[in-house]
Structures are given as C-alpha cells and as structure tokens.
Write a protein of this length. Structure first.
Length: 279
C-alpha cells in the first residue's frame, strides 16, 4: 500500500510539469459574425496565417482589383479579400453559413432587413450595406445570393465597391420552365427544366456562354450538366456566344432533374470567373 501511494505521489508530481488541457468553446464552423468572422476565418488575420490554417491553404485562384487581392476558395464557395497582407473582407455564396441572427444565402432578401433593419444608402440596389454591423448582403431576384463581413473602421464603402469587378461576371436567371409537375413518388420519371440565363461581363476579357460552364444545382445539392436537347432551343447556349467586356447576352439551357426534384440555383464557372443565381 505504501509503495502504491509513493508511485501515485511521484506521478502527480511529474504531471505538474506538463501543460494542463484547456477547455475549448464549441466549434461553430458555419457561424457568420458581422464585422468579425466567417466560420473559422476572422477579419484582421494575416495572409500567411490564413494559408497555414487547416483546410484552407492556398486559394484556387486570385484576382486583384485596386488595392484588394481576392482569394477564391471555390471548394468552400468563399472569397477572402486582403489589403496590405491582412484579411479585410470575407464573402460567401455557401448557404450552410448563417449569421448570428439566422440570415443565410438562399433566403428571401427580406430576411436581412427583418434581422438587421433598413440598410444604408447605396448606389447599387443589389447590395445591402449594414455599415454599423460590418455586414453586406448581395441580392438577386429578391433572394440573398452572397453574404459578406467587413471591418467598417478599416474599409470604406468606395473601397469595398471593388468587389464588383472582382466577380467579373454577373449571372441572372428566370424561373425554370418545367416539363411537368414535380412527382416524388417511388418510380416517378424525371422531368426537364428549361432555364433562361443572362450573363453580364464586367471584366476585361471575353466570356463565352458555353453550356459546359453552366451547372444546375437541385434542392438536394446535386450539380447537373446540360441535356443535349438544349440545342433544339432557338436561343440555346453555345460556345459560339461570346460576351465582350461591358456587354450582356442571354441564352437557354435544358436540364433533366431526378424524380421529385426542383432547381435551387444555376452556376456559371468558366474556370476564371464564377457567379450563382438563385431561383
């Protein structure tokens, strides 16, 4: 018994030399805190630290507009804006993120005004600026398509307006025309969705309305490529439709949906530019 007590005492003495575990707060990887953070990413984070953060690393691509460098993490649908090697802006099109008041991409634009009140004056009716909160909400078709956080003490709105050319493209879409009503019963046959899109090129190089660059996202999150019946449309999207800088063009694409499914959004991504329009 004395020997066991001695061993226990020695063990406790040795443990005093090791750091004790620190209780960590519950992780909230999808929480947006206006003026502070987007998930695990925080405003004010040095770029070097961002690249060393687990799961992030190097971006898929970058774009420079004025004094801001935009880093695109397409796998997370997140854009990080940096100025002077420090994160000053965080944007997302990922509908898994939620603000501290429950606002998310894909919700009606009224969700933002209900949660945060009337936005400040803006020259762009697509962007709702909440300067007091450090929050910006981009809407399209009365739907929230982007949410961003920024430090209003570091950036002024004129500087943040550089986010617009950083997108290079702006995609809008009409409500799909379905071949028949949705049928979720077992064994139900699929239905088609005809989608008319419009692409505005705000970049400096020509964009092409190749249907391979357009993916339909259904309500289950599946990404669908165009159906060959697309080319039976008189205004079909084709690789020959070029959209010059400053110009706008429209076309139609056909998709075949799984039984019981409907369209959630459509994405344009040519490898250099991307935008998403919600229905």
């Amino acid at each position: 018994m004395h020997r066991r007590l001695l061993i226990l005492a020695l063990s406790l003495a040795l443990l005093e030399g090791f750091p004790r575990p620190v209780a960590s707060s519950p992780a909230e990887p999808w929480l947006i805190v206006p003026g502070q953070s987007l998930g695990s990413l925080r405003l004010g984070l040095p770029i070097r630290a961002l690249h060393q953060t687990a799961g992030w690393g190097q971006p898929d691509r970058t774009h420079t507009a004025g004094s801001i460098i935009y880093m695109f993490y397409d796998r997370y649908r997140v854009v990080v804006g940096a100025r002077d090697d420090v994160v000053v802006l965080l944007l997302t099109t990922n509908d898994r993120f939620r603000t501290d008041r429950g606002v998310a991409v894909g919700q009606p634009s009224s969700a933002a005004t209900s949660a945060y009140g009337a936005p400040g004056a803006s020259g762009d009716d697509r962007v709702l600026w909440y300067d007091n909160h450090g929050l910006l909400v981009v809407v399209g078709g009365n739907t929230i398509v982007r949410i961003g956080v920024f430090d209003s003490k570091t950036l002024v709105r004129a500087m943040l307006a550089e986010e617009r050319p950083a997108r290079d493209v702006f995609l809008t879409a009409r409500q799909p025309k379905y071949s028949k009503p949705v049928d979720a019963r077992p064994g139900a046959s699929p239905r088609t969705a005809l989608v008319s899109v419009t692409l505005k090129n705000s970049g400096r190089v020509v964009k092409v309305l190749n249907p391979n660059f357009l993916l339909l996202i259904d309500r289950s999150g599946r990404a669908l490529r165009y159906d060959p019946s697309t080319f039976r449309q008189t205004d079909a999207c084709r690789s020959t439709i070029a959209v010059k800088p400053g110009e706008v063009a429209s076309c139609s694409v056909v998709y075949v949906l799984h039984a019981g499914e409907s369209a959630r959004s459509i994405v344009f991504n040519d490898g250099a530019s991307t935008d998403e329009a919600y229905f």
